[in-house]
Design a protein around this ligand. Sequence first.
Ligand code: GDP
Length: 591
Amino acid sequence: MVDADTKVIQIAGSITVDELAKALGLSVTSLIGELFKEGIVATINQRLDFDTASIILDELNIKNVRLEKKNTATQTSEHRHELSDKAVGRPPVVAVMGHVDHGKTTLLDTLLKKKTVEAEAGGITQHISAYQLDYEGRKITFLDTPGHEAFAAIRQHGAMLTDIVVIVVAADDGVKPQTIEAIKFAQSANAKIIVAINKIDREGADVPRTMADLSQHGLQPEEWGGDITMVPISAKRGDNLDKLLDMVLLTSDIEELKADIDIPSEGLVIESHMEIGKGSVVNLLVTGGELKTGEFIVAGTTYGKVRTMLDFRGRPKGKATPSTPVTVTGFKDLPNFGDSFVEVADEKTARKMALLNAQVAQNANASANVTSNDLLRMMNVADNSKVFNVIIKGDVLGSVTSVVDSLKMIDTGGEITLNIVATGVGDVTENDVYMAEGGETVIYGFNVNVPTNIAKMAARDNVKIKNYRVIYELLDDAKSEMEELLPSEIIEEDKGEMKVLGVFRTERTSIIAGGEVLKGEVKPKMLARVVHNKEVIGEVEVESVQKEKMAVDSLIAGETGGIALKLVKRLTLEIGDRLKFFTREVKKRKL
Ligand code: GDP
């Protein structure tokens, strides 16, 4: 409940200590002083993000102020202009997502083989991040991404890329965790969903059950009166793929996808890497205008003149219209995956804009120079937070970005801080191993090679190199590495209680006594707290229990018997003392 005199402070992105003080009606020095008492060293111009400011309010026990996130225009809306009335139709951009092994790759491969104009000998061997199909005289752009994390990365970079998400669900396996993730992604990206129920050629395929499963997760099939198109397919045999493509086109018609073409060209970086002899090789998806060779473009903090432009098959292309994926060379540096690019008039403007972007990026970093994690760390005087050091190597910049962004998204409840020591494109090198030495750093490779000599060197130096081809496996591994860093959890369970009726022998490390079990039970190996006059005076371990001088497995409530206790430190047990039995388990914690 918010009462009338609650004050609302709106925070757009971040707020400086100075601004926060003013908003709270405190003097800056007193706010800094209060923060200092909480163990936070802040300066007047320090920027605090929303979460941090909330924590501070909590810490200072300020109740009559409520913080509110102010919606700033997202990059998404900046990216997608209002269309002019000269806008023309454009092909849909489709992403294929779903649980691992449900058939995404097979679907993309089969479509590519079947539907591209020339399935010439040799075909396409290198990894492509996007391709375009010709179907019924129209074009459809498909994105091939290293995983959902790639989309998460794109979303983080603020750009909306996909019009339609085809969610692949295996009819013999049903809805699985990554299916749910895909649904959530598509919904949050505002993309239209089409479900491909795959592997219908399999014996265990059960289309109605899969549909029921999907409807449990919020996707109601059209057949059942819902609004989601579901197409049963076999990606492997090619069954019903035409129907799937028909549905893609139908959906895109309903959406009336359009773009302006008489504007400076613009779009997004979907992959980038360095190649010997070519320099930066960058895959772009044009979203507006027409990109041509010779044009100057800026992407993030880098720029270039488009030297060569190829289509996804590696054939020269003079002009790329909206929704077309192309590969260009000419960038001075590698732009980031998810960066948007835009055409500018000349080199001078390009250079200036790239510089400006660099400054903005720097300010953005500085704008939240205290994050809530940092703050929690600072407040925790004992600093229980552990640091997980990693070096990330990937085949292309896109995978590095995806891995980094996904690692950052692993929620450790502030207990573990991710420290990215270094990242890079290419195989794991000697230098990576040097950097990882002694620092408890794990090197993660994604789709790269670990040369034998490097593996040997790492083994010798006790450096862990872990190489993965599937991002989820990499993330699972990182998670379990982080779990290793978490302090263990101690679980104690009460088991019973005994009243001491006699003490027969007391030695330095053991006691033999007799008593009555008042409740529960007692068994060898249990632990017990010794309570004398309501005060715990020590902890002992039960070595054995006896009933009528015979060793038994347990004594239960109501029974009397003998008990041998092992002492950790000297202790005197007296008649009338209580033994409170319990078990203790040390458990590794999970994230
Ligand atoms: P991804 O992890 O989603 O990319 O899945 P893949 O495309 O790699 O497919 C996983 C496995 O399922 C492979 O062994 C495929 O051959 C198989 N598979 C994919 N689609 C079908 C299908 O329609 N029918 C059958 N029987 N197997 C399929």
